[in-house]
Design a protein around this ligand. Structure first.
Ligand code: GDP
Length: 322
């Protein structure tokens, strides 16, 4: 593992892809190797700016990432793109993993694109994506974009592994806020209204104003400097506003670093994922234990017939794990 780690740290692309394949593997014996690899990679001490990006299908995520990723590489930055695709976890079909997406960026030597692993549970995808982020950081990428489709749970997950969370929005026809849930607004650091070009420009301006107003109504968060979170207009196809969006991301991350929020956020996220890992591990043990499964069946009947309380029954099932 140390050899693979050295190659990844040295910037070897094939080693990088192998490393990610290893952390994505579901095989138990690969898991040990993956953990050893991640430990070895931690020694690099490198940190990327992790940017979460979410938006509904059709809002322009791939077009934006293609344009923004190219803009960043033009600034001399190395960019990795990882995706969490909640549709692939259910159906095996993918709305993000399509190979034709981001064609130009995928050929760029300073960019690396990895589609979402398919056919796994969302919890498992979260772990693998976090680990893939760690592999990309050790490989020396300056920016890691973590993309997801906006369907609630996956957005919260991406926000919990990002330094900055960005929501991509399309110009609205009416005056409604497009059903963007308040919870999602509350985790956004930047709202980018895409397609601010041509005939859509006027609608984009209106939408951007609406979101700016809505953001001002939210409770002030300690991790935000003045004027953040903010709503801005971009056009992915015209490559317009990308520099301003990047400047806002840099301003925000530098302020958070100077104020200690960046470090605290990463520490909190690490503890969150640690607790998730304990829960997932406990569930796996519960499922693998015949004694616990027997107890669970018996206790389910007892709870259902009202002869015991749910909590007492749960305690007995957990006791069966000992
Ligand atoms: P995704 O599903 O979020 O990845 O969206 P896509 O990137 O595939 O874009 C969906 C559609 O919106 C495509 O037809 C794009 O050409 C179009 N689109 C994306 N960005 C822009 C933009 O900035 N302006 C305009 N006018 N159209 C855009």
């Amino acid at each position: 593992m140390t050899e693979l780690a050295q190659k990844i740290i040295a910037g070897d692309r094939r080693a990088l892809a192998r490393g990610i394949t290893l952390v994505e593997s579901q095989r138990a014996d690969h898991r040990q190797d993956a953990l050893a690899l991640l430990d070895a990679l931690r020694t690099s001490g490198r940190e990327a700016l992790r940017i979460g990006l979410s938006g509904t299908p059709g809002v322009g995520k791939s077009t934006f990432i293609e344009a923004f990723g190219t803009f960043l590489t033009d600034q001399g930055l190395k960019v990795a793109v990882l995706a969490i695709d909640p549709s692939s976890t259910r159906s095996g079909g993918s709305i993000l993993g399509d190979k034709t997406r981001m064609e130009q960026l995928s050929r760029n030597p300073n960019a690396f694109i990895r589609p979402s692993p398919s056919n796994t549970q969302l919890g498992g995808v979260a772990r693998r994506t976090r680990e893939a982020v760690a592999v990309c950081e050790a490989a020396g990428f300056d920016v890691v974009l973590i993309e997801t489709v906006g369907v609630g749970q996956s957005e919260t997950m991406v926000a919990s592994m990002s330094d900055i969370f960005t929501l991509l929005i399309a110009p609205a026809g009416g005056d409604e806020l497009q059903g963007v849930k308040r919870g999602i607004m509350e985790i956004a650091d930047l709202i980018l209204v895409n397609k601010a070009d041509g005939e859509l420009k006027a609608a984009a301006t209106r939408t951007c104003g609406d979101y700016a107003g809505a953001l001002r109504l939210l409770r002030k968060r300690p991790q935000d400097p003045d004027l953040f979170p903010k709503a801005m207009m971009v056009s992915a196809t015209e490559q317009d506003g990308l520099d301003a969006a990047w400047a806002a991301m840099v301003e925000l991350s530098e302020w958070r670093k100077a104020e200690g929020h960046w470090q605290k956020n990463r520490a909190d996220q690490a503890v969150h994922w640690f607790e998730e890992a304990v829960k997932i591990g406990l569930m796996a043990r519960l499922e693998a234990s015949d004694a616990a499964q027997d107890a669970k069946r018996a206790e389910t009947d007892a709870v259902s017939s009202g002869t015991t309380s749910p909590d007492a029954a749960a305690a007995r099932v957990l006791d069966a794990l000992k």
